[in-house]
Write a new protein. Structure first.
Length: 172
């Protein structure tokens, strides 16, 4: 189980109405070391669809190659060295937020909830800096971007665009 409590809004009013705690409940089945299944339910009270199923399979089909198929990510990883992994994937990203301010061109979209989603295709690398620290670089193309103001029955489709992400993560 994984919860992400916080303020999901535009920071105009940090009150109880923008407080949310999306929750992911997972179960895994690993019949072999190189094969694993994940089943999950995502709960988000701000979303148009507050409960979403998540399913995936991870298969290490060769010593240095792993295939992951499922929602929200499908891709392949090559562990080229013990410290360097190269990836290519297609992923779904997004979230749900409470807005106070409306976009300038649409004043009727203020004081509502919005679901944001992107469909991305890209490549990346993970470089192990230390036993518990990793540097990641990703680049690719956002093929679809959508903002769904579901309480106002309005959807805004964004243009396709390139993306780059640099991140450092550490485990404690």
């Amino acid at each position: 189980m994984f919860a992400r409590p916080g303020f999901y809004g535009d920071f105009e009013h940090l009150g109880g109405r923008s407080l949310n705690a999306p929750l992911l409940v997972t179960a895994s089945y690993n019949p072999r070391r190189e094969l694993g299944w994940t089943f999950a339910l995502s709960f988000n009270s701000f979303a148009r669809n507050p409960v979403l199923p998540v399913v995936g399979v991870r298969w290490q089909f060769a010593p240095d190659w792993t295939l992951g198929v499922g929602f929200p990510r499908t891709g392949v990883t090559w562990q080229s060295t013990p410290d360097l992994a190269l990836r290519a994937d297609v992923s779904f990203q997004g979230g749900s937020y409470r807005l106070t301010r409306a976009p300038a061109a649409r004043p009727a979209l203020g004081r509502t909830l919005v679901d944001y989603r992107e469909v991305r295709a890209g490549a990346g690398l993970d470089f192990k800096l230390a036993a518990a620290a990793t540097l990641s670089l990703d680049a690719g193309w956002v093929a679809d971007r959508r903002f769904d103001y579901h309480e106002r029955d309005y959807r805004l489709d964004g243009d396709a665009a390139a993306y780059v992400k640099l991140a450092c993560s550490a485990r404690f």
